[in-house]
Design a protein around this ligand. Structure first.
Ligand code: ZN
Length: 132
């Protein structure tokens, strides 16, 4: 397993980690490999979405904040239940096929670490699985 370290700087943000993941899979030239990208945190998530217009990321975060605002009736002692809920909505991993040492992503796709309770030091765990 490989680890990518990311230091987030905002409370809520989406950070493109595609290049760091790509570096880790570059040596896998045979077909039949997949890459699992997992975040071992409960207030951050991993997703794939558009990498062209940054407004997409901004709109996603604005909408997630509307869907899951902080509520006075939340009972979690740490006070960050909204971040926990958003992390579960986004999910904690993605799987990407690898073709000729490259992530097989769509033209406009990037892999994002989604921070919901930053700033924090985060890790992303990456494992390549070979089927051949
Ligand atoms: Zn908590």
């Amino acid at each position: 397993m490989n680890k990518i370290k990311v230091v987030t700087t905002l409370n809520t943000e989406m950070i493109d980690i595609t290049a760091q993941v790509q570096e880790l899979v570059a040596g896998y030239k045979t077909s039949g490999s997949v890459c699992s990208v997992f975040i071992p945190h409960t207030t951050a998530g991993i997703t794939i979405n558009e990498n062209a217009d940054p407004a997409v990321r901004r709109d996603m975060l604005v909408e997630l904040n509307k869907i899951v605002p902080e509520r006075e009736y939340f009972t979690h002692i740490e006070g960050n239940s909204a971040a926990h809920i958003k992390a579960s909505l986004i999910g904690s991993s993605v799987t990407v096929l690898i073709e000729n040492g490259k992530l097989a992503l769509g033209t406009w796709q990037g892999i994002y670490l989604c921070e919901f309770d930053g700033p924090r030091a985060r890790e992303v765990w990456v494992q390549v699985i070979n089927s051949i």
